[in-house]
Design a protein around this ligand. Sequence first.
Ligand code: THU
Length: 131
Amino acid sequence: MTDAELVAAAAAVRERAYAPYSGFKVGAALIAGSGKLYVGCNVENASYPLCVCAERTAIGTAVAAGETRIVRIAVITDTEPPASPCGGCRQVIWEFGPDAEVIVASVSGLVQVTTIRTLLPAGFDGSALLR
Ligand code: THU
């Protein structure tokens, strides 16, 4: 799957975002270690701290399907420049994909490609705990 196809999958699921409070719809699509595609959107709640980001929805779906590795993840928003994953999502991407490519895109067509290592230098991981 090309980066453009991955962004298209993120754009499609973004339409399903449940964002009545912020109005800020986010879509995410990832390629897991198996090569399969998983998608997610943000899911808000009237109790604001319970809102779940699109990235974490997609990652949770992948893990529930038996995946443990993220190879690439695309995130799309209606902003220019494209919005980057929040700090919490960077940490969750890092858990499953320290070598992951991160593609950020805007619905207007802007696309930027980076890596989770760039977005989260010196990320915290299980090596500190599993000693
Ligand atoms: N949001 C995401 O889905 N991903 C991010 O990386 C940043 C923020 C969502 C959460 C909330 O529903 C809305 O965007 C506004 O913060």
